[in-house]
Design a protein around this ligand. Structure first.
Ligand SMILES: [Mn+2]
Length: 251
């Protein structure tokens, strides 16, 4: 890691939800965050569900988010390394962001070592025990056949269906339904299981829409990045420690 530079992690912007106006307001806030970090970010990890829906047709991408995408271009043009993780809402990212932004698209997990600290990074969907129906759906949605068929639908229809589907796991009002229930915090369970065979200093996930920083055995930690509708949370690794932070909120 270059001296004075940091790694930044965030996830679950859910651009496009719940309305155009609320998404735009969130976009402006995230631009302010990116402006704040732009001089000390070496690598930016956007860990899934950045978009509430995304699909790349052969010659067409969804409308919107131009300030955000322009800001990412500004960052990557200035040398910032960008990782975009596929979430359960935006698993249909192909090569557009690689071509335009030089981004590395992460399909499942990413393991990194920086300054002697090890990171296990994953959006967080489909991990741990249970949820077999989702795991089956994920396999199906990620299949080439499913993507080929979807691309055959006219976008007015295809994106309409996708948005209706997306509403099933809508982020709005999610604050109340996501409670800390240690027994059911499956990403903690997943991390603890992993530690039995492999050590990581940090397990970082999104997907839960709940900021969490949980101590694990062997000085390991599980950090959940929360989301940007209710919390505006992100994590920063300063070369020594990983910190979970709130943007534009008095601590
Ligand atoms: Mn998710």
């Amino acid at each position: 890691m270059p001296a004075g530079k940091n790694l930044y992690f965030a996830s679950d912007f859910h651009f496009g939800a719940v309305s155009y106006a609320s998404s735009r307001e969130r976009e402006d806030r995230i631009i302010r965050w990116l402006d704040m970090i732009k001089d000390d970010v070496a690598e930016l990890f956007l860990m899934g569900d950045v978009f509430d829906f995304w699909f790349e047709y052969k010659t067409v991408v969804p409308k919107g988010y131009i300030r955000f995408l322009g800001k990412l271009a500004q960052l990557t043009d200035s040398g910032v390394k960008l990782y975009l993780f596929k979430g359960n809402h935006d698993m249909w990212m192909f090569d557009y962001f690689t071509q335009e932004l030089g981004a590395t698209i992460i399909t499942n997990e990413l393991e990194k070592e920086r300054n002697g600290k090890t990171f296990y990074l994953h959006h967080g969907d489909g991990l741990g025990p249970g949820d077999n129906f989702y795991k089956f759906l994920k396999k199906f949605f990620r299949s080439g056949a499913c993507q080929w068929l979807f691309a055959r639908l006219h976008p007015n229809l295809g994106v309409g269906i996708a948005n209706a589907w997306s509403r099933r796991s809508r982020i709005a009002g999610s604050k109340n339904v996501h409670k800390i229930q240690h027994q059911q915090e499956w990403l903690e369970t997943f991390s603890r299981d992993m530690l039995k065979t492999r050590h990581f200093d940090y397990f970082v996930f999104g997907h839960r829409h709940l900021p969490l920083d949980i101590a694990l055995p062997d000085n390991s930690r599980y950090v959940n990045l929360g989301e940007w509708v209710n919390y505006n949370t992100y994590a920063v690794f300063d070369g020594t420690e990983l910190h979970l932070k709130y943007f534009e909120r008095e601590a």
